[in-house]
Design a protein around this ligand. Structure first.
Ligand SMILES: NC(=O)c1ccc[n+]([C@@H]2O[C@H](COP(=O)([O-])OP(=O)(O)OC[C@H]3O[C@@H](n4cnc5c(N)ncnc54)[C@H](OP(=O)(O)O)[C@@H]3O)[C@@H](O)[C@H]2O)c1
Length: 436
């Protein structure tokens, strides 16, 4: 077989990583694949922009459609990001019979059905390893390594920016805004950090992992998402005292024919592998019914790790084309037409343990009023911390609860926060995952 030709859409962080790896490791790649891989065109917006990996001017074009429709190109590698025009370009590439690789979790989470229907209809492969966990081969692990299991749950720290911010807040005791500013100055956070700090990027990733692991439809709009901007050094400090760290956790569970998929700040107990995953690192724990818990830790973003994942997909596709193995592994992990409908729980129905911090006036009877409301809503208290007596002033009252239903918890807090005479500020709630 002749060599394979690539058309790359985008030469930013990930695109530069891909080009660098294809060039720097050309010889070892050829020995592993058996045929040469060459880049025919790279589409960008700005032909003059400075690149982390410089390429010959004649490779560059601003005409994305010409790349997708070039009859000499076998594999389209979409590394532009965003929904449009990435979506239309991927659909067109599939319609042209080209194999597709993408790192675009936003697109996969929001247009999963459309993309997978197109690749199935046109009989092309789709690689998307870089869409979750950067260099961690989590997609391949779920799709192939754990294929003998029913996946019960997945827990992930899948956004390096949020993890970096929470780690700095934990280590330095600084406020969220100050650390965010620092992260932006150092390039660890985007100029517009909304997708990262509000949990949306993690929600995109856990939607992809849940769809792949459970073989069902996971409507992104129904994934519960809460960001980290409400986390304070005070709560981090109380959590530490109780033996926990606060992490932004993406969670997907499958139980009794129902799934739950959510992203929110979470207390993780000391002793759990995810507890020690700090800074920009990502970690994902997959629990299979036979294999048990497996945790993957690695760099979740950046030129090298993301480029490594994309090149892994390119090589898999190239090997399939070279050996006639295309279609052997279904891109969505389940054979087309074998997806099941599983009911997705609303957040209201989810069971969790909770950390609660009440702001209360230090006077007799407050604790019993609060515990009375919790009791009436079926919430039992596991432990209480109240420090320092400042009679007549506002003091924090911290509680850990046993498992309770989110609906009951929210109803109880609404009631408690209305005890205006003694509760002086909105109660802080952080969910706890002791079993993660
Ligand atoms: N950054 C990471 O570490 C990482 C990790 C995993 C996954 N991802 C995903 O990988 C994708 C790319 O991310 P990135 O960080 O590499 O983005 P990036 O640095 O912003 O690069 C995007 C590239 O796409 C080009 N581009 C965008 N829109 C275009 C258009 N309409 N026509 C032609 N070119 C266009 C840009 O051209 P110009 O350079 O000329 O502006 C740029 O080269 C995203 O889906 C992202 O979510 C990123």
């Amino acid at each position: 077989m002749r060599g394979l030709t690539l058309g790359i859409l985008g030469l930013g962080t990930v695109g530069s990583g891909v080009v660098k790896i294809l060039r720097q490791n050309r010889e070892v790649l050829e020995r592993r694949v058996g045929i040469p891989l060459s880049i025919k065109r790279i589409a960008v917006r700005d032909l003059k922009a400075k690149r982390a990996t410089e390429v010959e001017a004649e490779l560059l074009t601003t005409d994305v459609w010409a790349v997708v429709r070039d009859p000499d190109i076998d594999i389209i590698v979409e590394l532009m990001g965003g929904i449009e025009p990435a979506r239309s370009l991927i659909l067109e590439a599939a319609a042209q019979g080209k194999q597709v690789v993408t790192a675009n979790k936003a697109l996969l989470a929001e247009a999963w059905d459309e993309v997978f229907t197109a690749v199935t209809r046109h009989g092309v492969d789709l690689g998307f390893e870089a869409s979750v966990g950067g260099g961690i081969p989590i997609i391949r692990a779920i799709r192939e390594g754990f294929v003998g299991n029913r996946i019960e749950s997945i827990y992930g720290i899948v956004n390096g920016t949020s993890n970096y911010i929470l780690t700095r807040m934990t280590d330095a005791g600084e406020e969220f805004r100050a650390v965010l500013g620092e992260a932006m100055a150092q390039g660890y956070a985007e100029p517009d950090p909304t997708l990262d700090i509000e949990g949306i990027d993690s929600a995109h990733k856990i939607t992809v992992l849940a769809a792949l692991a459970f073989g069902c439809r996971v409507p992104f709009a129904r994934v519960f998402v809460e960001g980290i901007s409400g986390i304070t050094p005070m709560d981090i400090s109380y959590a530490r005292e109780l033996g926990y760290k606060v992490k932004s956790l993406a969670i997907a569970k499958h139980q009794d024919g129902e799934i739950e998929v959510r992203v929110h700040p979470t207390l993780i107990p000391e002793g759990n592998l995810l507890y020690g995953v700090d800074g920009v690192y990502n970690a994902i724990t997959v629990i299979g019914d036979m294999v048990g818990a497996n945790t993957f830790i690695g760099r979740g973003a950046g030129l090298g790790p993301s480029g490594s994942a994309v090149v892994g997909d390119i090589v898999e596709i190239a090997r399939n084309l070279a050996t006639g193995g295309r279609g052997r592994v279904p891109p969505a992990a389940y054979r087309p037409g074998h997806r099941v409908e599983l009911r997705m729980k609303a957040m209201d129905e989810v069971l969790s343990e909770y950390y609660l911090r009440f702001s209360v006036l230090d006077q007799p009877g407050v604790l019993s009023k609060i515990s009375g409301v919790l009791g009436r809503h079926n919430i039992s208290i596991a432990s209480v911390i109240q420090k320092g007596r400042r009679v007549g002033e506002t003091v924090p009252l911290v509680m850990m609860t046993h498992h309770a239903c989110e609906r009951d918890m929210q109803a109880a807090l609404r009631e408690i926060d209305q005890i205006a005479a003694e509760v002086t500020a909105r109660t802080v709630l952080i969910r706890v995952e002791n079993g993660a």
